[in-house]
Design a protein around this ligand. Structure first.
Ligand SMILES: *[C@@H]1O[C@H](CO)[C@@H](O)[C@H](O)[C@H]1NC(C)=O
Ligand SMILES: *[C@@H]1O[C@H](CO)[C@@H](O)[C@H](O)[C@H]1NC(C)=O
Ligand SMILES: *[C@@H]1O[C@H](CO)[C@@H](O)[C@H](O)[C@H]1NC(C)=O
Ligand SMILES: *[C@@H]1O[C@H](CO)[C@@H](O)[C@H](O)[C@H]1NC(C)=O
Length: 801
């Protein structure tokens, strides 16, 4: 008798493979094609296990056992043996088979599964050792060779590190067999904690042993995004970009609230619970460059990381947040807080995400999720631009060809009116290729309308068999297919993106909403450029208006500073005014001479100005503008410290200015930084001399440091006098070496605007307001234009302290 035959018989006697006989398949197995896997589910009696994991493990068993693979299952938890066993088996008795399995066969499958499953209490180190021993004993009794071992940690994250150490020290499988450790979110609550957890795990497991679950990646419609993009490349290649996509909406709405879960929810809130993981992963599937091989997890990771790198950083104004009204009461009740306790944890958020790459520049990606909303539904909607203007009357539009109707692709994740995963593609886009066997076209329910179109306007596909996401993911884990899981790099990149927004929002009060249908339009929000805001304004305008009124009075009260005009306001308003004044100067210079020479400073204050200019001044004559720098740090231009780098990131990337009008300072010559012999200052002075009439800039925007420095001209540094136009200087703070234009050059300009903002500048503003012309002490006091005008822009904080 063949080895395989003997072996099968032996196993039949033990009862483990009865399934095969029943299914009527008797293939001849070779030793290599068969595997035995031990699955250990920690948290075996917990919510997730009860709701999804046992059922999915059973599904895995049913699917794989028919191919001759064998298993043993170990439920484990803190609960004592008797109780744990009872709770676990109570659940296992309710396992269900998929509809196509006949009842008698289902009963046998369940019976087999129960026989292969046992419960272990896992608390102390010894318990892990005895579990390991139990696995070994079972394998020996059955004469089985273990192919691999899966640990599914369905436990709170604070327990991860300790369990991980126990698994490493006493439960690793014998050499030759693989280990796969499965974890559920949350993976940290910010970048620091995520990094710490990642480090702890990395000290005991190799990256390929870790499977971080994001169960949305197992949902059929989500899992199909990349295959869809791949199989429909021919149609999508020309369309999947900023020229054709109007916007992308990724929406996960829930009707449930956070009741009974506030202990968890208070620590996380909606952004950490949904946006940082599920919504971001879906965003990646949509936005990433399609990997050459969509089943290669390395290719996918590379594409994802590339896309993360192109996400534009979020500002406070990129998000709107809300909280359902009863939330604070739920928190007080469950966390025993006092009557006047209120929390700022958001339970709703809409976030506007942009990508800075050629494919997606300017396309809004809207990420929405919340609790206590009006309906439970989740979907991705890609709305395409529609350029057609139709003359024919609407009732005559034919559904197949009408170019006038909306054009959209929808990945319907679940619930809602369709109540099924689905992929919908507008008829007027294309008829998609869908994998045979996996998805079928449905044509019923034409009366249903989704996103302004009746269902008959779409090609609609639903899965032939609906599968739970945990079944999908467990199968992927079993087969070692990592592309649907979160790698460490991926996870950290996501936290890098979200953490600054979370920090900024931690002091913001969310808008309160009543919950359910009563929310009405309260949470609707609109996009304005890079910002989002609720459509319905709140009634806080009164206070604002009063503040503005006082502001106006100040503006007229203090109208000169050092004998020059002074403009003063709150920071935002001030920057707005400065940007408008620069635009006016630009328009006037271009009218006069056909060009505008603008010299800009580095430092932090101008960043707000750059953003203002790029986001609000569409009439700016950038095509005729030359941009110069007044100073630069001696670092490569791509360094995060580089002034030109800031200018590039916050302004140049977003405007249309000819490359040859941009004049960075030559700090990096002959592969070295700011070396006298390379004569960088002379080169820059010559460039100015060659292009700017009389080396007289039309406009120079300066700042002022707390020591009175301006440009990179520090007290007693070079460039405060003399006949050179550009010099090297030394800063008292790092990076020390700088290149700077000189006071004599600045003083040739036609106009200089000096922007000073923030409380820290109050003292120097006071000093400088009285100082005479003492450039060696306070360089800014040496700005005295030969033949032009200086204006000061000082915000209230700097002016009044
Ligand atoms: C992992 O287990 C091995 C073998 O028992 C041990 O030598 C090593 O120190 C463990 N690693 C950690 C970080 O505990
Ligand atoms: C919250 O917990 C209580 C007591 O454990 C239970 O009676 C109630 O049904 C739970 N509510 C929800 C919404 O789960
Ligand atoms: C794609 O990647 C998978 C997984 O790494 C590999 O098995 C397959 O051969 C690759 N396909 C191609 C065409 O390279
Ligand atoms: C350059 O300087 C000369 C002499 O001072 C003056 O006549 C001329 O108007 C200046 N040109 C510009 C563009 O400022």
């Amino acid at each position: 008798m063949q080895f395989a035959e003997t072996h099968r018989l032996k196993m039949l006697f033990k009862g483990t493979l009865a399934v095969i006989l029943l299914s009527g398949i008797l293939p001849t197995y070779t030793k290599e094609s068969r595997s035995h896997v031990s699955v250990i589910l920690l948290g075996a009696t917990g919510d997730l296990a009860q709701k999804y994991l046992w059922q999915s493990l059973f599904q895995l068993y049913v699917d794989e056992a028919t191919h001759g693979h064998t298993f043993t299952f170990y439920g484990a938890g803190q609960k004592a043996l008797e109780l744990g066993r009872k709770l676990m088996f109570d659940r296992l008795k309710k396992l269900a088979c998929s509809p196509e399995v006949p009842p008698n066969r289902c009963a046998v499958l369940k019976d087999q599964f129960l026989k292969l499953t046992e419960y272990h209490q896992l608390q102390r180190a010894e318990d892990y050792a005895s579990l390991s021993q139990a696995i070994k004993t079972t394998l020996a009794q059955e004469d089985l060779v273990e192919t691999g071992r899966i640990f599914y940690l369905s436990v709170p994250p604070f327990a991860y590190a300790e369990i991980a150490r126990h698994i490493n020290s006493s439960c690793r499988p014998p050499s030759g067999a693989w280990l796969r450790v499965v974890l559920e979110k949350p993976f940290g609550h910010d970048l620091g904690s995520a990094q710490q957890l990642a480090d702890e795990l990395a000290s005991v497991f190799r990256e390929e042993e870790l499977y971080r679950v994001d169960h949305y990646l197992g949902k059929q419609a989500v899992a199909h995004i990349l295959p869809f993009r791949d199989q429909n490349r021919r149609h999508l290649d020309p369309l999947w970009n900023r020229h054709h996509v109007e916007r992308v909406e990724i929406v996960l709405k829930e009707t449930v609230d956070a009741k009974n879960r506030t202990e968890f929810y208070e620590k996380y809130g909606v952004l950490r619970d949904m946006h940082q993981n599920h919504l971001t992963e879906i965003l990646m599937s949509l936005a990433m460059e399609l990997p050459a091989n969509i089943t290669s997890s390395e290719d996918i990771l590379r594409s994802k990381l590339g896309t993360f790198a192109r996400l534009r950083s979020l500002e406070k104004t990129s998000a709107v947040i809300g909280q359902y009204e009863a939330y604070s009461a739920h928190v007080r009740e469950e966390l025993q807080k006092g009557r006047d306790y209120f929390t700022r944890t958001p339970t709703f958020a809409g976030v506007l995400v942009h990508l800075d790459n050629l494919r997606w520049e300017g396309v809004p990606f809207v990420l929405v999720s919340g609790k206590a909303l009006d309906e439970r539904v989740s979907y991705v909607r890609v709305l395409f631009k529609n350029r057609a203007h139709c003359i024919q009357m609407e009732s005559a539009w034919d559904p197949e060809h009408s170019r006038c109707k909306p054009r959209q692709v929808i990945f319907y994740i679940g619930h809602g009116e369709l109540n099924s995963p689905a992929v919908l593609v507008s008829h007027n886009l294309f008829k998609p290729a869908m994998p045979h066997g996996g998805w079928k076209e449905v044509l019923d329910r034409p009366q249903l309308r989704l996103w302004g179109q009746s269902l008959s306007d779409y090609h609609v596909y639903v899965p032939v068999t609906e599968r739970d996401s945990y079944s999908f993911l467990l199968s992927a884990i079993y087969h070692g297919k990592k592309e649907s899981f979160i790698t460490t790099e991926d996870l950290l990149a996501s936290w890098v993106f979200w953490t600054p927004l979370l920090d900024q929002l931690s002091h913001e009060s969310p808008r309160l909403y009543p919950g359910g249908q009563e929310n009405g339009h309260l949470l609707d929000f609109e996009m304005d450029g890079k910002e989002v805001a609720f459509v319905a304004r709140e009634t806080l305008e009164v206070i604002d208006a009063e503040e503005k009124h006082t502001a106006d009075r100040f503006q007229t009260l203090l109208s000169t500073f050092r004998e020059s005009p002074l403009i003063t306001a709150w920071a935002d308003e001030l920057v707005g005014r400065l940007a408008s004044d620069i635009e006016a100067a630009a328009v006037s210079a271009v009218g006069r001479s056909g060009e505008f020479h603008l010299a800009l400073s580095g430092g932090s204050s101008p960043l707000a100005l750059f953003r203002q200019l790029s986001g609000h001044h569409y009439g700016f004559p950038w095509g005729q503008t030359h941009l110069w720098l007044v100073d630069e740090r001696c670092v490569p231009l791509a360094d995060p410290e580089s002034n030109f780098g800031h200018l590039h990131q916050h302004l140049l990337q977003h405007i249309r200015i000819p490359y040859f009008n941009i004049h960075p300072m030559p700090v990096h010559l002959n592969r070295r930084l700011c070396v006298e012999d390379d004569r960088g200052p002379e080169l820059y002075a010559n460039e100015i001399g060659a292009l700017v009439a009389n080396s007289s800039f039309d406009l120079v925007v300066l700042g002022m440091g707390v020591d009175g420095h301006t440009a990179s001209l520090f007290p007693r540094s070079a460039g405060l006098e003399g006949d050179r136009d550009v010099v090297f200087t030394e800063s008292p703070v790092k990076p020390h070496q700088r290149m700077s234009v000189t006071l004599p050059l600045i003083n040739k300009a036609k106009r200089v605007l000096i922007l000073v903002m923030g409380k820290s500048k109050h003292d120097i503003v006071t000093v400088v307001s009285r100082a005479g012309n003492e450039p060696q002490k306070w360089p800014v006091s040496g700005v005295k234009l030969r033949d032009g005008q200086i204006s000061w822009y000082v915000d209230y904080e700097a002016l009044l302290g």
